[in-house]
Design a protein around this ligand. Structure first.
Ligand SMILES: Nc1ncnc2c1ncn2[C@@H]1O[C@H](COP(=O)(O)OP(=O)(O)OP(=O)(O)O)[C@@H](O)[C@H]1O
Ligand SMILES: [Mg+2]
Length: 339
């Protein structure tokens, strides 16, 4: 696993002033999990990536991989331990005059690995990223998504325990993005990698991340398990993950319903509640999808009770029991007393 503790990084700006870009970042990514790092442009995400991959020396703080503090090393020790972290960037930076195969082999060649072992390792990696048939293609003959796969294979060449991806899916179309994310999830599960996925795409976070941290002005302002954030109605990250645009419903009792992460929600809850309480339920908007095996997300509904015998007050405990978190958005005056 990787543990980042109280990481600070200052740069000297062109005017000579020092500015602190990272202001005490702490983050842990256990083996076999994906943590996304999100945040607006200039927040410090790539600076964090450079510190983690040891391209930049942090001003203070520590980066431990499997218990060893890499930020304290230099020279040969640093070069050796740096192998624990594989890095892939947006443009994947492949050498244009070398084939996919040769690009993946590079880190092994630099390390002086014997040819037979290089052959074996590169073939395994090509297979892992699904590019065996493109082994002898040059980068210019590959699609953007395929180039990223080569970049990922190269990052994995030295068997790292951490894979760091900075905007690895930016600029790819949705299908290519999806297949890269599927590959990352596979690598997480098969090799037990700790993956740090730096991205500005919330779709990617929803699709692939187990946990997410938001950086703002060099500090983590929110972090947690994706499932927990989705289920927290007041988490702004949760709302960014499941953006919701709903119809207006004048004069209706409007509820925001969040699927809690604590129990799987039955897909027929609307019809069940509707029958049991003789209430008309209109769907005004929603964003629900499968996250980590069960439904997650939020829907907005309008309720109209057909029978004065039932009220929202009766309904709420049943909704809670079904694994739903309820926020009353608007309540017509007439109904208020009933609640
Ligand atoms: N070498 C450097 N010298 C001085 N300032 C730098 C240096 N590198 C980055 N910065 C500053 O650090 C801040 C954060 O940059 P960084 O590249 O980490 O942002 P980011 O979150 O990755 O943004 P984006 O989403 O646009 O990629 C910026 O204000 C930038 O000007
Ligand atoms: Mg960046």
């Amino acid at each position: 696993m990787i543990e980042i503790d109280d990481l600070h990084k200052s740069y000297r700006a062109p005017d000579g002033q020092r500015s602190e870009v990272l202001k005490g970042i702490s983050l842990q990514v256990p083996a076999g999990s994906i943590t996304a790092v999100v945040g607006s442009s200039g927040a410090g995400k790539s600076t964090l990536a450079k510190c983690i991959s040891l391209l930049e020396q942090p001003t203070s703080g520590s980066i431990r991989v499997n218990g060893q503090d890499l930020s304290r090393l230099s020279g040969e020790d640093l070069r050796r331990e740096r192998r624990a972290i594989g890095t892939v960037f947006q443009s994947s930076a492949l050498l244009q005059r070398k084939t996919a195969w040769q690009n993946i082999a590079l880190p092994l060649v630099y390390l002086g690995v014997v040819q037979r072992d290089i052959d074996k390792r590169v073939n395994t990696l090509l297979e892992a990223v699904g590019l065996t048939d493109k082994a002898h293609f040059y980068p210019s003959q590959l699609s953007g998504g395929q180039r990223q796969r080569v970049g990922i294979a190269r990052a994995l060449a030295l068997n790292p325990s951490v894979l760091l991806a900075d905007e690895a899916t930016s600029g790819l179309d949705p299908d290519a993005t999806e297949s890269i994310l599927t590959l990352l999830k596979q690598l997480r599960d098969e090799y037990g990698l700790s993956i740090i996925l730096i991205t500005h795409e919330m779709d990617a976070v929803r699709n692939a991340a187990d946990a997410v941290a938001e950086i703002k002005h060099g500090k983590i302002v929110q972090q947690g398990q994706v499932r927990d954030l989705l289920a927290a109605p007041d988490s702004t990250l949760g709302r960014q993950l499941f953006p919701l645009k709903s119809l207006a419903a004048e004069g209706a009792l409007r509820l925001l319903v969040t699927y809690a992460a604590t129990q799987p929600v039955a897909t027929d809850w609307i019809s069940r509640i509707s029958q049991q309480f003789n209430v008309q339920i209109d769907l005004l908007g929603g964003h629900v999808e499968v996250v980590g095996g069960s439904l997650a997300g939020r829907v907005e509904i309008a309720l109209r009770f057909n029978n004065a015998a039932h009220t929202l007050h009766d309904l709420l405990p049943h909704l809670h029991q079904l694994g739903l978190i309820i926020e009353v958005l608007t309540q017509p005056l007439l109904l208020k007393e009933a609640v």
